[in-house]
Design a protein around this ligand. Structure first.
Ligand SMILES: *[C@@H]1O[C@H](CO)[C@@H](O)[C@H](O)[C@H]1NC(C)=O
Ligand SMILES: *[C@@H]1O[C@H](CO)[C@@H](O)[C@H](O)[C@H]1NC(C)=O
Ligand SMILES: *[C@@H]1O[C@H](CO)[C@@H](O)[C@H](O)[C@H]1NC(C)=O
Ligand SMILES: *[C@@H]1O[C@H](CO)[C@@H](O)[C@H](O)[C@H]1NC(C)=O
Ligand SMILES: *[C@@H]1O[C@H](CO)[C@@H](O)[C@H](O)[C@H]1NC(C)=O
Length: 768
């Protein structure tokens, strides 16, 4: 029978109607979907499943037919990541065997003279050089790698050790021949990123391990780049460039793309890094503060720690505000940033004869020696905030042919220079405001430019606003070394106290992070701006992103020297030997305040790798100690098990205390005086610690230096006699503190010494 035409049409229309609605509905749902990380209680898997992935899949399908897994995880967590609506996520969380369903978090990057500054050049012989050092693998999670960088020359390195399980993944502009005996692994992770932001735009970045940004090449060559003689950026910082662990092997895991670094990808990369067999993981990225069970980096780092892998992370660039840290889990090494003794001066000469100094990495045609018309950006714009030199805000007639003073803040420093240049300006003075104080970061500007501190900026502005026809010029001074005092804590370096666990002092320590030279990508210029057509082999940049890989590389050296040390022992050695004063005894300064820095700024102090080789004693921490710590935090068993990936139950009869975690430093939060309590009321808290002798038999004596009258500190016993290597001895410290106004901080220091070694721990008190 022939179907009447109208019916056919109706059917067709109806079909269309349904399908359009379905597509529309699907799109709606797609838009509402978010990436979730699902933690499964693998130990509860019903016996009817033979494969845990089948069980995961069936749990997922029970709430959503269409949901696909982005990744499954087995090392870092037991579980998977997937796209779900809020409703599906809630349904899934209620299913048996699900520990948690957590929304994905977006992380951000914490954007060679160093070896001499750290004393590595003269003491090279102390570190294992040849075979042992080249058995250590450093994994770097970042923007990928520029494999042609001279820092990945594998001359003199033996074959890749048989223990290595990693791979060189093929993708756009990257193939297996890009790896060698130095760069032994390269992988990329984009499923989480693409699920949220859509397909990677391959005209802008390579879907492969290749680094089109520069950050990843910089951090990985800082950690473990080979020695490259004759390195420089346009002649600045000329000399040999080298990573910290020049013979360690490098594996890169690209997790950061133009739109950020997504936790589903970060977890997948840590999963692989653990399988591949890395010894150290370096992560110069962070994303806000969250409880450890919600924090991807903390969760992944716990699994790594269990496998004996040290995880070193940047503290963040949110300083100098208090409570500005990220990556504070006690099983992570959290690294802040200090300066080197190197500077790149550039002088400002004004029409009134005054001469001020700033810093710059400009290279190119200098300005004439004669004075040039000079204008404040805030007087050459119609918009509020025009003083910041943001795109399109300068009036060309007012800046053409002139030097322009721009204020620092909001947009990139190098972009301000480009804006001035585009508007016809011939030079730029970049003035700090109160937010950055006297901290100077040198940049490879696109026009003659220099950065000056807040005080200098104010003096220059006084001149600008008082002289009817102001003039200026900028002269470039090249590279100067031996700058004192150094190091100073960088203003941008994130500061304590620790907002998640106030009893754990963070950052752990500081390392060089200002004006660091290291390898760079050939895909971008030194400013990272798309209009910068210059290409360089090395670049000079700043951030805790740069200090973190210094510590990662040094940890690799310690691992080579002491293969049996746990990550906690390596961290302890780095911390207890860090220094807090200059050679003249004056305390390390904080550039943000111009005064002495505190343990909330520098943690245990500035890393001193040569002393860290032979610390005498270490504070070791086992996996069980960390589990007790999680119990002390009163996490639920679901929360603990999603970090620990096992059926762990806290012992209800046991008294757990955060103050018993065997940490190499002390942070003591006291309550502020409350109404009804007398001001004289004291709070007494006891911290327990255990020292392990990693040296020869010796007797250590405790000494406490304290600037705090309001807190009594009692160490018991005061002397510990170790008769053999690896012997452990426990002591307690009792702190009795009076009431102080909220926000008060004070500091003390505990040192154990046998006359040869000094095992130092900072002590930080805060009243909240
Ligand atoms: C998990 O541990 C608890 C307490 O030890 C025990 O009662 C429970 O049976 C365990 N669950 C599984 C699935 O092993
Ligand atoms: C890998 O890429 C290089 C250039 O980067 C090229 O010379 C080589 O032929 C490629 N090898 C393979 C196996 O595709
Ligand atoms: C400006 O002062 C610096 C020292 O602060 C000095 O090195 C430089 O030569 C001076 N330049 C001029 C042109 O006076
Ligand atoms: C330039 O700007 C400053 C600060 O905003 C102001 O005090 C000054 O009067 C301005 N000068 C001129 C000539 O507009
Ligand atoms: C700025 O304001 C002046 C006067 O109000 C006007 O003539 C000029 O076109 C404006 N310039 C820009 C770039 O907006």
């Amino acid at each position: 029978m022939k179907m009447p035409k109208f019916l056919f049409l109706l059917l067709l229309l109806g079909f269309f109607h349904v399908s359009v609605a379905a597509i529309w509905k699907q799109q709606q749902q797609q838009q509402q979907k978010k990436t979730y990380i699902v933690h499964m209680a693998k130990f509860q898997m019903p016996a009817s499943f033979d494969e845990h992935t089948h069980w995961y899949d069936s749990s997922l399908k029970s709430v959503s037919d269409s949901a696909e897994m982005l990744y499954t995880y087995d090392n870092v967590i037991h579980g998977f990541s997937t796209r779900l609506t809020d409703e599906e996520a809630k349904l899934l969380e209620a299913q048996p065997g699900i520990l948690s369903v957590l929304p994905e978090v977006r992380y951000e990057l914490h954007t060679t003279r160093t070896p001499e500054f750290l004393g590595l050049d003269k003491n090279e012989g102390l570190f294992p050089q040849s075979d042992i050092a080249s058995e250590v693998f450093v994994g770097v999670l970042d923007t990928g790698i520029w494999p042609e960088s001279l820092s990945f020359d594998d001359k003199g390195l033996g074959p890749v050790p048989s223990g290595w399980k990693g791979e060189c993944e093929v993708g756009k502009n990257f193939n297996t021949s890009n790896c060698n005996r130095k760069l032994i692994g390269a992988r990329f992770f984009s499923k989480g990123y693409e699920a949220t932001l859509g397909p990677i735009d391959e005209t802008k970045e390579s879907k492969s391990p290749r680094d089109d940004d520069g950050h990843g090449t910089h951090t990985s060559t800082t950690a473990a780049g080979s020695v490259v003689d004759g390195a420089s950026l346009f002649g600045y910082a000329a000399g040999a460039a080298r990573g910290m662990a020049t013979r360690a092997r490098v594996a890169v895991y690209k997790v950061c793309w133009i739109g950020g670094c997504f936790s589903a990808d970060i977890l997948a990369a840590m999963e692989k890094a653990i399988d591949d067999g890395v010894n150290v993981i370096s992560m110069s990225l962070g994303g806000g503060m969250a409880d450890y069970y919600k924090d991807t980096v903390a969760v992944g780092a716990f699994a790594a720690m269990e496998r004996g892998i040290l995880v070193s992370c940047s503290a963040g660039n949110a300083g100098p505000n208090s409570y500005s840290l990220s990556n504070v889990a006690p099983w992570i090494t959290t690294v802040g940033a200090g300066t080197l003794d190197r500077d790149f001066p550039a002088y400002v000469n004004l029409g009134n004869g005054k001469n001020f100094s700033g810093v710059s990495l400009y290279s190119g045609k200098p300005l004439p020696d004669s004075l040039i018309e000079f204008v404040y950006a805030g007087n050459a714009t119609n918009v509020t905030n025009g003083n910041l030199c943001m795109v399109g805000t300068l009036i060309p007639e007012k800046v053409a042919g002139k030097i322009v003073l721009c204020d620092r803040g909001i947009n990139a420093r190098v972009q301000k220079g480009f804006v001035v240049k585009q508007a016809g300006g011939v030079g730029m003075i970049l003035a700090n405001t109160a937010a950055n104080g006297e901290e100077l970061v040198a940049d490879a500007h696109l026009l003659p430019a220099t950065a000056v501190g807040e005080k200098t900026g104010d003096m220059i502005k006084n001149y600008l606003f008082s002289d009817p026809s102001p003039t200026a010029t900028i002269l470039f001074g090249g590279t100067k070394v031996g700058i004192q005092p150094s190091p100073v804590v960088a203003a941008f370096s994130s500061r304590g106290p620790n907002a998640i666990t106030p009893e754990i002092l963070k950052p752990d320590l500081i390392a060089p992070g200002v004006n660091i030279i290291a390898g760079w990508s050939g895909a971008v210029g030194p400013t990272g701006l798309s209009m910068d057509s210059r290409r360089v082999n090395f670049n000079i940049i700043s951030g805790t992103s740069m200090s973190c890989p210094h510590v990662s590389g040094l940890a690799a050296l310690l691992k080579a020297a002491h293969p049996d040390w746990s990550p906690a022992a390596i961290k302890s050695a780095l911390m207890t030997t860090a220094y807090i004063t200059y050679k003249n005894g004056i305390k390390i300064q904080d550039v943000a305040t111009g005064r002495a820095s505190t343990p909330f700024d520098h943690g245990a102090g500035h890393v001193d790798p040569v002393s860290a080789l032979d610390p005498g004693l270490v504070y070791d921490i086992t996996v069980d100690d960390y589990l007790d710590f999680l119990c002390a935090l009163q996490y639920t068993s679901l929360q603990i098990n999603s970090i620990a990936r096992r059926n762990f139950t806290c012992d209800a009869t046991k008294k757990y205390s955060v103050t018993d975690l065997n940490y190499p430093s002390f942070a003591i939060p006291f309550d502020t005086a409350q109404s009804g309590r007398t001001a004289a009321a004291t709070t007494t808290v006891k911290y327990t610690r255990t020292l392990t002798n990693v040296g020869t038999p010796a007797t250590y004596k405790a000494s406490v230096t304290s600037q705090v009258a309001s807190v009594k500190i009692l160490v018991e016993p005061e002397s510990l006699a170790f008769s053999q290597t690896n012997e452990k001895k426990t002591y307690t410290v009792t702190f009795s503190g009076g009431s102080m106004p909220s926000g008060t901080t004070s500091f003390a220091r505990l040192e154990w010494s046998d006359g040869k070694h000094v095992v130092g721990s900072p002590i930080a008190f805060s009243w909240t």
